[in-house]
Design a protein around this ligand. Sequence first.
Ligand SMILES: O=C(CO)COP(=O)(O)O
Length: 249
Amino acid sequence: MRQPFIAGNWKMHKTNQEAVEMVEELVDLVGDIGDVDIAICAPATALAPLSEVTAGTNIALGAEDMHWEEEGAYTGEISPLMLKDVGCEYVILGHSERRDYFGETDEDVNKKVQTALKHSLKPIICVGESLAQREAEGTKDVVKNQVLAALDGVNIDDLKVITIAYEPLWAIGTGKSASTKEANEVIKYIRNVLRNEFGKVADSMRIQYGGSVKPHNISEFMATSDIDGALVGSASLEAQSFADIVKFE
Ligand SMILES: O=C(CO)COP(=O)(O)O
């Protein structure tokens, strides 16, 4: 069966000192948990110091984005080689904030997914519809297109290490989460899309929900049939609230 996977996405938060203090506290709070995979995806500046704190613990490290090239004249960008070098296991790709504010396209996301896999980084691919798309009943088409575009040309054997995060845009940072029923329905649909396209490997791929996940609502999401975990924004910034989410039962 699929092991639950709870990942924090810190976005543009925390100096290195704040990052290290938070994760030291987190290690104390969740260090003995073995039946949930845990990751902190942090700003690039914090990754090297965090890798010292997470070494030998059950907390994996992830980045929030990366470029698809290994090196080159791409001012301001971070490459997969750099992420591997500082001990990253995961990388978030195609977050809606990257798509919306920085013009990232499905094609960019696909190139990043391919490069991440080449360097043994596990992608967490974000998909989700806007409020307008939802109101126009476009949710299924939007997520289907995003998922298939991101996975275009990917080797079936590599799919097992990929996580999809369904994050409806209207639920991100708004305090307004999707209902568990709605979220599970879309996630079930995504799994069907994956099954139709790639076969039974779809049953071993983890699909998270993201958007205003908090300690008080995580157990409801985790009790559904198809939601395998959560991608947590603001509630991952504080050790106790993230630990409470990780210990959802
Ligand atoms: O975007 C998110 C995680 O990637 C969700 O953010 P919030 O949990 O703050 O709504």
